[in-house]
Design a protein around this ligand. Structure first.
Ligand code: NDP
Length: 322
């Protein structure tokens, strides 16, 4: 089969399109013939070496396709099933072996592209808004990179929860997109001091929660944007990892809460996976949650997909087609 392989971590050129052996499913695994592959910022962290994997490896944590074969003891799926999944590395390929418990059925009305666009970023937006800080009517949240993959989904889920959403975005076009997906206000954080803007927009109060995926570049001002006893949710490092933080800072800035969550701990078993993916895929099927999939590339062009994602040229979901 064809696959993207990383022999040495580094820039986008580290993503090599090669022949690789088709994997065989072990006990408890299913072999999935991938029809659409989700690109996520976490793939960049593995490619650069910020997150560790032993080379050579195939990156990619998300995909949708058809079950081709199953290993022994598999009960969740059978050959021919349309499925989608997230958080199992190796999806930048024509085939991938995935623990069967991580596969969810793709509803008939959803395309493979929608499945591959929804799972990782959709379940992330879901746990952030429904579990890490459970948004309720009357709450105000700040969503950074609101026109990004997670961003556009989080904006919509926050609105489903009844919250007021203040977004940030890098360009006026992205700000307009985030607004068209429901953001109440969007701050151009490259041009404006977003912490002062948040204070102005909240009458000096600050927001209840900040969902910060940008990391090093925004952490400090995100903390400045919170109300006393608000929650700082640092869930990504698109601009670099956040440096160490002294607990005393949280006291000085208003007895704040700080958490650094990750999807794996909010999708810890089959029940939670079914609950989260079921709600996300159901909302998409009902038309309550919209996806943008303008940035689609051939699998062979994975390096270009990474270049564009890192250069902040993409909006919504980035996909690869095997
Ligand atoms: P996005 O589509 O959001 O792309 C990243 C966006 O971040 C860019 O478009 C850009 O938007 C903004 N950005 C700001 N500064 C930079 C920078 N220096 N370099 C690149 N981008 C920058 O990606 P994803 O939706 O895939 O992921 C978003 C974030 O969420 C990532 O940090 C990722 O690691 C994190 N994440 C965390 C998960 C978890 O469970 N903890 C799970 C899934 C994702 P703009 O131009 O508007 O500034």
């Amino acid at each position: 089969m064809k696959a993207i392989r990383i022999h040495q971590t580094g820039g986008p050129e580290a993503l090599r399109y090669e022949d690789a052996p088709t994997p065989q499913p072990a006990a408890g695994e299913a072999l999935v013939r991938l029809r659409a592959i989700g690109v996520n910022f976490i793939d960049v962290y593995f490619r650069t070496g910020l997150y560790k994997a032993d080379p050579p490896f195939t990156p990619g944590m998300e995909g949708a396709g058809v079950v081709e074969a199953t290993g022994s003891g598999v009960t969740h799926v059978k050959p021919g099933d349309r499925v989608a999944y997230a958080m199992c590395r190796g999806s930048y390929a024509e085939y991938a072996c995935v623990p069967a418990w991580q596969l969810v059925p793709l509803p008939g009305e959803l395309s493979f592209e929608q499945g591959a666009a929804a799972m990782l970023q959709g379940m992330t937006a879901h746990y952030l808004a429904r579990a890490t800080y459970e948004l309720r009517p009357g709450d105000t949240c700040l969503v950074h990179a609101a026109a990004g993959g997670v961003g556009l989904l989080l904006v919509q889920i926050a609105k489903i929860c009844g919250a007021r959403v203040i977004g940030t975005a890098g360009t006026a076009q992205k700000a307009a997109l985030a607004k068209s997906f429901g953001a109440d206000e969007v701050i151009l954080y490259n041009e404006q001091d977003f912490a002062s803007e948040v204070r102005r927009l909240t009458g000096g109060a600050g927001v209840d929660v900040v969902y910060d995926s940008v990391g090093a570049a925004t952490f400090e001002k995100s903390v400045e944007s919170l109300r006393p006893r608000g929650m700082m949710v640092s869930y990504g490092n698109a601009s670099g990892a956040v440096p160490p933080v002294a607990p005393l800072l949280l006291s000085q800035k208003g007895s704040l809460f700080l958490t650094r969550p990750t999807l794996a701990h909010y999708c810890a078993g089959r029940d939670e996976l079914e609950m989260r993916s079921g709600e996300v895929l159901g909302w998409i099927a009902e038309g309550r949650l919209r996806l943008t999939m303008e940035n689609s590339y051939a699998l062979a062009d994975a390096a270009q997909a990474h270049r564009d994602l890192e250069a902040r040229k993409t909006v919504g979901k980035v996909l690869l087609k095997p």
